[in-house]
Design a protein around this ligand. Structure first.
Ligand code: CO8
Length: 257
């Protein structure tokens, strides 16, 4: 039987999703992307999961789109929504996604890490957009998300040279949140995910949506969205519980309602 392309584990309220094509450095073929989107959507629906870690294994988080699958593609295969539908499904996950990156995060691999909300890297991580070396450009958000993340000059340098950057550079440039020794990667990601997973789920969901809108909307529109989301949370039991617990000097017990 073929090995699954995605491995799934659970640690308390944290879902752990592992890309599983180590022999090709977790190259992202269409079957893997579909399975990934299926698994993430399932976890998104599961009220016993509060935060999701996405990681790779071996030498890579992911070394990009599967070049052998892509090499003979027809131009219009990539135009329109069909080809990137599974990427959009990943992007629409409402629960926080933490990318735990060791080794290569190149091309689509870096783009996938950037679809996550927080990136933690091992010292061994290398981030890059080498598509220019293949005669193309990033196609799953690299020119847009990388530029928003590290700014125009650094995005230009990475995308026009194709040269990868180290984990320390990625930290310095603001692409990732923190760098840890390789053996600390999963414990660090898990402890951060557990901390987030204990928080009131509806507030977490609204906070993620509001922060993502900061990258897409004008300040005025973003502030309006924030106000509406803030107000809506006053309809939840968790708001009453959180504020009463503070006043009564006890730990809040959140229910996701
Ligand atoms: N696609 C397919 N196979 C790959 C890929 C890949 N992206 N990367 C590595 N592999 C395979 C190799 O072919 C090799 O297979 P085999 O053992 O059968 O020869 C195996 O993985 C191991 O790789 P290497 O022997 O090359 O390992 P090295 O340690 O020598 O080198 C590198 C590691 C530097 C990461 C090297 O493998 C490399 O340069 N890989 C390609 C990186 C790249 O160009 N990525 C960008 C791809 S294009 C892209 O991502 C566009 C995204 C657009 C939209 C996304 C849609 C899904």
């Amino acid at each position: 039987m073929d090995e699954p392309l995605i491995l799934v584990e659970r640690e308390g309220r944290v879902g752990i999703v592992r890309l599983n094509r180590p022999r090709v450095l977790n190259a992202l073929n269409t079957s893997l992307m579909k399975e990934l989107a299926d698994v993430l959507e399932e976890m998104d629906r599961d009220e016993n999961i509060g935060c999701i870690i996405l990681t790779g294994q071996g030498k890579a988080f992911a070394a990009g789109a599967d070049i052998s699958e892509m090499a003979d593609a027809a131009p219009f295969q990539f135009v329109g929504n069909a080809y990137f539908a599974d990427w959009q499904r990943v992007r629409r996950v409402e629960k926080p996604l933490i990318a735990a990156v060791a080794g290569y995060a190149l091309g689509g691999g870096n783009e996938l890490a950037m679809c996550c909300d927080i990136i933690i890297a091992a010292e061994t991580a290398r981030f890059g957009q080498p598509e220019i070396l293949l005669g193309v450009i990033p196609g799953a958000g690299g020119t847009q998300r990388l530029t928003r993340s590290v700014g125009k000059g650094k995005a230009m340098e990475m995308i026009l040279t194709g040269d990868p950057i180290t984990a320390e550079e990625a930290l310095d440039w603001g692409l990732i949140n923190r760098v840890v020794p390789p053996e600390q990667l999963e414990p660090e990601a898990l402890s951060l995910a557990q901390k987030i997973a204990e928080k009131p789920p509806l507030a977490v969901k609204m906070a993620k949506q509001a922060i993502l809108r900061a990258q897409e909307m004008s300040l005025e529109q973003g502030l309006h969205f924030e106000q509406l989301a803030f107000g809506m949370l006053f309809s939840t039991e968790d708001q009453r519980e959180g504020m009463n617990a503070f006043i009564e000097k006890r730990k809040a017990q959140f229910k996701g309602k």
